[in-house]
Design a protein around this ligand. Structure first.
Ligand code: 13P
Ligand code: SF4
Length: 357
């Protein structure tokens, strides 16, 4: 099978990447904020839907208030199934938009509307549309990390946990694939599925910085360690993995594998849940820039870091930062997202015999 690539490079230049700023509060401030937040969430029938890369305090608050902490697929699923009036998405913009698309009748707020994603920013709709027009006979498959407008142009949306399965299914139906925006995940999916694919050339500024050579050196220092890798990482890093998986899959592997030590190639925010899943195990960050340091945000997403207790409190008090998506876009973007949710539900049904597993 062949892989064609879009000629233009859509990786985000460093000047468009913000600094990673992590909020620090005193113990008293933190406790007081959490106390007020719990009350406001209850009064407003609001729930937190948080990603694993966000501040541990936000994850803890979500867990303690009937909210949810997960990967992008399950965040979409939970938001869709929750009966809260307000969903507060602690993550990045595309996660808030997906929640709104699936729940147009609900109020969806985010602590910071500037919390974006280099993959989304590196896939502008007009250029993506022109790219799709070059391949009218291809099925358009986009990663969740895209704008609502890009999803509205797609046939399928996939997440890191579902991309290989969905593309294999499409290959079995004889379909050729146009993939966007992550070049590394696209290469991995192509290699796993054997699909005939054209690839958009975007990247995640966090995962792209994991380095193959430095990882090989680290593995020599810890020969007993298992290597867990998110598939947004470059091929030389993926090639050394014991497990390549979504964030949920990485946490599961930490709990289930026999090893005591793990080298982890994904955002360090995930360590909070990994430590809960396997309290006595040791987790080591995979090396990032190494000798050729170029990243401002090594190992932690600057946009995920924009979610903080202070901003959460501010939006619950003011009602600001509501996610608004055009009705026409909602209508069209819902189809590729629903296709994935239905596909994932059918898979679960086939594997576990019910939808609750
Ligand atoms: P997951 O769906 O695996 O959580 O990935 C989302 C993401 O943005 C990873 O960088
Ligand atoms: Fe986007 Fe990468 Fe941040 Fe995930 S870690 S939200 S892919 S920039």
């Amino acid at each position: 099978m062949q892989t064609a690539i879009a000629t233009q490079d859509y990786r985000l230049p460093p000047e468009r990447v913000p600094e990673t700023l992590v909020e620090t509060l005193s113990r008293d401030e933190r406790d007081e904020y959490i106390h007020q937040l719990k009350q406001l969430l209850r009064e407003q029938n609001a729930v937190l839907v948080a990603h694993y890369y966000t501040d541990p305090d936000l994850q803890l608050l979500a867990d303690e208030t009937g909210g949810y902490v997960s990967d992008s697929l399950d965040m979409a699923r939970f938001g869709h199934e929750s009966d809260a009036d307000t969903l507060i998405v602690c993550g990045v913009r595309f996660m808030g938009e997906t929640a709104k698309i699936l729940n147009p009748e609900k109020r969806v707020l985010m602590p910071d509307l500037q919390a974006d994603c280099s993959l989304d920013l590196g896939c502008p709709i007009d250029e993506f549309n022109a790219f799709c027009n070059l391949y009218p006979d291809h099925t358009v498959v986009v990663y969740a990390n895209t704008s609502a407008a890009v999803k509205a142009r797609a046939d399928w949306m996939v997440t890191s946990g579902s991309a290989v399965d969905v593309v294999r299914y499409l290959v079995d139906n004889g379909e050729k694939i146009l993939w966007a925006p992550d070049r590394y995940l696209g290469e991995y999916v192509q290699e796993q599925s054997g699909a005939d694919m054209v690839l958009w050339q975007g990247s995640c500024i966090v995962h792209e910085e994991f380095k193959g050579r430095e990882l090989a050196e680290l593995k020599q220092q810890y020969p007993e360690a298992r290597v867990l890798v998110h598939p947004e990482s470059p091929a030389p890093v993926i090639a050394q993995a014991d497990v390549v998986s979504s964030t949920t899959g990485i946490i599961k592997a930490a709990g289930e594998l026999e090893a005591d030590t793990f080298i982890v190639a994904t955002d360090r925010g995930i360590f909070y849940k990994m430590q809960q899943a396997a309290p006595h195990k040791t987790f080591i960050e995979a090396p990032t820039a190494g000798r050729g340091a170029t990243c401002k945000s090594c190992g932690h997403c600057p946009w995920m870091a924009m979610n903080s207790l202070t901003k959460l409190l501010a939006i619950l008090k003011s009602g600001e930062n509501e996610i608004v998506v055009d009705e026409d876009i909602i209508e069209r973007a819902r189809l590729p997202i629903k296709r994935l949710l239905d596909f994932a539900a059918r898979r679960k049904q086939a594997i576990y015999g019910n939808n609750d597993a």
